[in-house]
Write a protein that binds this ligand. Structure first.
Ligand SMILES: Nc1ncnc2c1ncn2[C@@H]1O[C@H](COP(=O)(O)OP(=O)(O)OP(=O)(O)O)[C@@H](O)[C@H]1O
Length: 605
């Protein structure tokens, strides 16, 4: 009877333990399980995204291969208000052909695409997009605006306030495309320079102190490394994370460019203006080596013969310098087309700068700009000659009509395929965002209930808030907790079981018995039993540029990191700092418990 009673008592005590302790443990276990499932799902989705990125890249390359890696477009500017009363229109246009009529002669010129006078900025940009996207895929890319003064090169590249050109659109698209791609991390930097009379000027150079309207105008030097990569010594490079910063820098560079009045254009560009976007790409899924590519967008100086502009003295010299470098550019492109062994890059500063972006594995787009005026016909024919040389050297360019149609059909099919891939990519990107959101939520619940969370600096996520996208760090489940929840670990075995509690009771460990009372075993009320080392994690934010260990501030790891308007996550290195504090207590009973706890924890690691 006595024995039976003791048995019943023992059972009722253990039932008490089970009711109060097992339920939170089970809940904790479920949260851990959910976290590891979500992590698994995210990594599988990232792999899928990587596969789709590869397919997209491959399809894009196929299109570019069919179209050719050096493409030449032509754009004819509309008549200006002052030119409306014309008698004769010497140029007529088809989608890939320009016909020029002069007194007694007719000549046609073929291009990859021709934009007539009524073509909009949207029409032009739509054709440029595939080439720009290949810069995100790791190719060096050059988009070059060529043409006589006043034919609309600057309009095509810069655009007007309500009709932006290629450069602002490209900046916007690249930045938003990169932030939407969760499988990769991109960083962008921007430089601008002009080649003026054979010397190089930094257009983004900070103003000299006390001389707000002057820069040092120093000549920069071009360096080439053993692998053939080109760098310009001392050129200002600005990290850009958002479109506002990028367009501010771009406008600053444009204003610093050299212009002069000529007969043909009031604010004629007297130099070649080059803008470089350097793209660093790191694939989060594969952790492959970082890829760096360059996108050059070039607004060349006017190509006209010097007499035409009425230039004299210094302006005449400027025109001559522009023409010399343009003919060097033409020679390089012709040599590349003919696959010559020697490419004469060294003949001008312009071609030296663009050397690693005009090569075999690069993508080049030249847009030849033309005037519609009869009095400019001679210049128009010169420009068309440049475009034809750049394009027609590739002998298979002049293909039969049948072949051309076949190529067009192939391109349409690949474009269709790309649209499907893009749709699948978007779905996967959204699934990743959703899973990351759930993981972040799960982690917050865990932290609130059981304390302690750890931020993994390698898993940033982009979360949209309205139109603004923020990069946030997703707090990860504490490593030890995750280890317990993984399928091959022994989570239940590691927690104190009823048997072990009974053993402790039998061995008369009063301290443990005391701690095992329902109230004291609540993890929230007795945090020492939880993972105190993890709750101690702090993140230190450091500006990447300053290699010094400047401490900007500390945030609790459990808190979500949000972006300051002027700071960007990619600007800073995250450093987790786990303070391995050894907890102790003057109370001998508590000390014994702690040492027991530490032994168990060390088994878990
Ligand atoms: N597509 C267009 N739509 C409307 N206006 C245009 C267009 N293209 C050129 N223009 C007009 O032609 C003039 C010259 O254009 P722009 O300055 O772009 O020429 P440019 O080739 O860059 O000249 P430069 O070589 O001297 O810099 C401007 O007044 C511009 O408004």
């Amino acid at each position: 009877m006595q024995i039976f009673f003791e048995g019943v008592m023992a059972n009722s005590v253990s039932a008490l333990h089970t009711d109060v302790n097992v339920v939170p443990e089970q809940e904790q276990h479920e949260l851990e399980e959910k976290a590891s499932n979500l992590e698994r799902e995210i990594s599988q989705l990232r792999l899928k995204l990587k596969y789709l990125n590869g397919k997209r890249r491959e399809a894009l390359n196929r299109i570019l291969d069919i179209k050719g890696s050096i493409r030449v477009f032509s754009r004819i500017r509309p008549f200006l208000q002052s030119e409306k009363f014309r008698h004769f229109d010497p140029i007529s246009v088809e989608s890939e052909k320009i016909l020029v009529q002069t007194k007694g002669s007719r000549k046609d010129f073929r291009f990859d695409k021709v934009f007539a006078q009524d073509a909009s900025q949207d029409d032009v940009y739509a054709e440029v997009v595939p080439i720009l996207k290949s810069a995100l895929d790791g190719h060096n890319v050059c988009v070059i605006a060529y043409g006589q003064t006043g034919t609309g090169k600057t309009i095509t590249m810069d655009g007007m306030e309500k009709q932006p050109g290629i450069v602002p659109r490209a900046l916007k698209d690249l930045l938003s495309e990169a932030s939407a791609d969760n499988s990769s991390s991109y960083s962008f930097s921007m430089s601008m320079l002009e080649v003026y009379m054979g010397s190089l000027r930094d257009l983004l150079e900070p103003k000299l102190p006390n001389k707000l309207f002057e820069t040092s105008r120093r000549n920069l030097t071009i360096l080439t490394d053993k692998k053939g990569a080109v760098e310009i010594e001392g050129l200002t490079e600005v990290s850009v994370h958002d479109f506002e910063t990028a367009s501010w820098c771009y406008n600053k560079g444009r204003l610093a460019r050299s212009t002069a009045w000529t007969n043909v254009n009031e604010a004629s560009s007297r130099s070649h203006c080059l803008m470089r976007i350097t793209i660093s790409h790191f694939n989060n899924a594969t952790k492959d080596q970082k890829e760096v590519s360059k996108l050059w967008m070039v607004d060349l100086g006017g190509s006209e013969r010097c007499l035409k502009t009425g230039a004299t003295g210094h302006t005449l010299d400027e025109g001559r310098a522009i023409n010399l470098s343009l003919s060097a550019l033409s020679d390089v492109i012709v040599a590349l087309r003919r696959k010559r062994r020697h490419i004469p890059y060294r003949n001008s500063k312009l071609t030296q700068i663009l050397k690693d972006s005009l090569g075999v594995s690069s993508k080049v787009l030249i847009i030849v700009h033309l005037s519609p005026r009869e009095e400019d016909v001679a210049e128009t024919i010169c420009s068309l000659g440049f475009g034809t040389r750049a394009r027609a050297v590739d002998s298979d360019r002049e293909i039969s009509e049948d072949m051309r149609k076949q190529k067009e059909k192939q391109i349409l099919m690949i474009e269709d395929e790309m649209r499907n891939i893009e749709g699948d990519r978007q779905k996967v990107v959204n699934q990743i965002k959703h899973a990351e959101f759930l993981l972040s939520d799960n982690s917050k619940v865990f932290t609130a209930k059981y304390g302690g969370a750890e931020c993994d600096s390698e898993t940033p996520a982009v979360i949209s808030k309205g139109n603004i996208e923020h990069q946030v760090q997703i707090p990860k489940m504490p490593k030890k907790v995750l280890k317990r929840s993984s399928t091959d670990s022994l989570p239940r075995f590691m927690t104190s079981t009823m048997a072990s509690r009974q053993r402790e009771t039998a061995s008369g460990k009063g301290s443990v018995r005391k701690l095992n009372t329902p109230s004291s075993r609540s993890r929230n009320s007795f945090p020492l039993m939880s993972f105190q080392s993890v709750s101690d994690i702090h993140l230190r934010i450091q500006p990447r540029s300053a290699n010094k260990k400047t401490r900007y501030g500390e945030v609790n790891a459990a808190a979500t990191l949000t972006q300051s308007p002027n700071w960007s996550v990619s600007d800073y290195k995250m450093e987790s700092n786990i303070h391995g504090k050894l907890l102790t207590s003057p109370n001998p009973i508590l000390r014994a418990t702690l040492s027991h706890h530490r032994r168990r924890m060390s088994d878990l690691i």
